[in-house]
Each structure stands twice: as structure tokens, then as C-alpha cells.
Design a protein around this ligand. Sequence first.
Ligand code: LLP
Length: 425
Amino acid sequence: TKNINYKNNVLHIDNCSIDYIAEQIGTPFYVYSKTRLIENIASCKTAFLSHNIHIHYAVKANSNLQILKTVAEQGLGADLVSGGELLRAKKAGITPEKMIFSGVGKNRTELIQAIKMHVGQFNVESAEELSLLSSLTMEHSSELTSPIKVALRVNPHVAVDTHKKITTGQKGNKFGIETELALLLFQKYLNHPHMKLMGLAMHIGSQIFDVSPYQEAIKKLLNLTSRVQKLGGDIQVLDLGGGFGINYGDKSPLDFTTIAQVIAEETKHFKGKVAIEPGRSLVADIGLLVSRINYVKESQPTPFLIVDAAMNDLMRPALYDALHPIKAVKEHTSSTTRLYDVVGPVCESTDIFAHKYPLDKNLKAGDLIAFFCSGAYSAVMSNSYNSRDVIPEMLVSNDKVNIIRKKISQEHLIKFEESEESFVF
Ligand code: LLP
């Protein structure tokens, strides 16, 4: 990977050696390359902006404030799914006009927060949510300078070839609105005073490598667009979601240029604005999870590499059978490899990062390893199970290392449990 390379047999991120960062901060930790992030954003912009396709970063992939500040500086919009993400995006300086508020279960408080922030677009996922949003715009009409803009997220029912736990656009998924219902809703709210239904949205899943499900789903959206227009409705935006597959070591990615061309081709007769919501493809390969080996536990048939990171720090293997490429931080170019089961210390059999994984045969307790592609859906999904600390995040820019999230230790967490607050029933 560019920006994450061996120099003098030691893994470096930009100009910093991983073992030096580990010495300074302790293990485990996440570390990201700011240079790489900026490069990823630049290549995304080159591919999509040339076709006038708008980019809204899916903040859920990595919502660290410093990452979001970089995203804001590079001029991207944001796709947000909670009040917390709205708050972070605002703090990072992303303009509300460029915010899309998505999510299948937005609550009243979050909807009011978004109305007050004047977010640019609400992606609504049910008739029930639309009805609540409608009444909230009535209650808060004095705070609105113009009608809020709403896109309906439809469920296009397309099959995608990815892990079943990260599909979203198939029949039976909780996400999106059925086509016929979407039509009815456009009709019902055609003349709403404070709410303008003006778009269609979709997101068909994550880790998608094939362009055909996108083509199929876009065709369905365009078909619905003309039906809405016949009713007198106005579709100004098609929001096509994210899901572009990245290389976790075993596949070639769905690169930005390819998917941008496909989207541009499919939407060439569409008059309005086209938008996408990439998450993983912008941030996954900017980061590592760095961990130290606690024990090399000899065992038959496969020895265990017991490391100090665990499933609470990187949940993807336990949740989706994901494999993050693993490398030793010190490269032993001449030595042969051995197969290990790489596991963490958590008391669960699913706390396993890799089965029969080839690594240096001379690895020993105290050595460092790195899990690649840990910039997306890693720190954001971490937790403190087994009363483990929530580990720090570091951002490297050339030779400067910033701690962008401090370690949340058990001392901090215990304080919340020593509260004297109470109330009477
Ligand atoms: N837009 C919407 C409405 C989404 O639900 C998602 C992801 C995205 C955009 C961004 O998708 P991306 O480009 O990152 O694939 N935790 C799982 C992934 C869950 C994705 C959920 N939605 C994982 O670690 O693989």
C-alpha cells in the first residue's frame, strides 16, 4: 500500500515507524495516514466530479472529528445516520447544506435537531417517518427559512454478492420503501407547505465489486422517477448510496473511475443532481490496527498467536467472517513462515482474527503485528467488552503523529458507575 510501507525492514506509515509509535503510546492502537486520506479523497473527486456527481462521505465508516475535518476541508458533503453524527459533522465544519440525514429509525429529537440545523436533505425510509417529519415541520415552521428537502429511500430489490450481514437492498431488509408506496407518498405530500419531496435514494449494500446491481437498481430508480413526474412530482436528486468494494487482500477493488463511468452512463438522461455516499472506499486503507503479541501458544494442529488486540477493537472478523491482512511490523525477509491462528484475549471463541494465517516462523512474545485496512468500521465499532480500554486513534501526517482520540481507560468508565444521581418512582 502507498503510505504504508517497509523501510529498513520496519513497517512505516508515512514517515513514522510503527514500532516508535507503539513505544510512545503503548498497544493496541489505530493509526491512520492523513496523506493517504487526502489522496483517496482526491482520486474520488477526480473520478466523480468530472461527471458532476456529488460526494457525501458516509460518516459511519470513521467518524473521528479530525478525519471529518479533513473531509470538510476537501469540500465533501456527509451522509449521517444519528444525532451524534450530525453533531460531529457540524463540529468538523461540514456545511449543513451538504448534509444528508439517512437512517431507518431517526427519532423525534434527531429529526428536530436536523430541522433546526437546516440539513440539506432528509432520506426518509418509511411512511411512518414521513408522517412524523411532516408534523414536525408544522410545529417548527417558524424556524424554517424554506421547505425541507426530502428524498425517499427505496428498496430496489437487487441481489448483491456480498456477506449477507451487509446487504441492504434486498426484499425483506428493513431498509427503504417499496416502489408502489413511494409513489403514493409523492402523491400524498405533493403540496406540503414545509416539506418538498424532491429525490430518490438507494443504498444496495456494502463491499460490492460488480457494477451490474448498481445498473439494475439505477434503472429501477429512473423508472420510478418518470412515474413520479407523471404525477406532477419533481425529482431533483438521485442519491445512489455507497458500497464500493475495497481490497482486503483478496479482491481487486471496484475503483472510483469504473463506477463513476457506469453511474454517469446510466444517469446521462437524468436532468437533476446525482449523488453518492462512499464510506469504506475513502477510509479503509488509510489505517492499521497495531497490536503486540502476548504469547505464542504452542498447540496442535496450529499454534496460537495471542495478541493484545481483540474482537472489541476490530469486530469485523467476528461479525462478518472478515479477514484483515496481517503483517509483522518487523519484516524478516529471509525467514520462512508458519501457520498461526491469530486470536485476542477476550473470553469468546469468536475472538479470532485469522485461521491458519502465514506469518514469520520466528515471531515471539513482544513482537508487533498490524491488521491492514482498519480505517473503516474499526474504531467506530469498538467497545469495552471484558472491561478492556477503548484504544487510542492516531493520525500521522508525514513525520507528525497526532493523538486524535485518547485512550478511554477503565478509570474513566468506572467514574460513570460511581454516580450518586437517582430519582424517585
Ligand atoms: N449509505 C448508506 C445509506 C449506508 O447505509 C452505508 C453503509 C453507506 C452509505 C456506506 O457504505 P460503504 O461505502 O462504506 O460500503 N459495518 C459493516 C458495513 C456496514 C455498512 C452500513 N451502511 C462492515 O464493517 O463491513
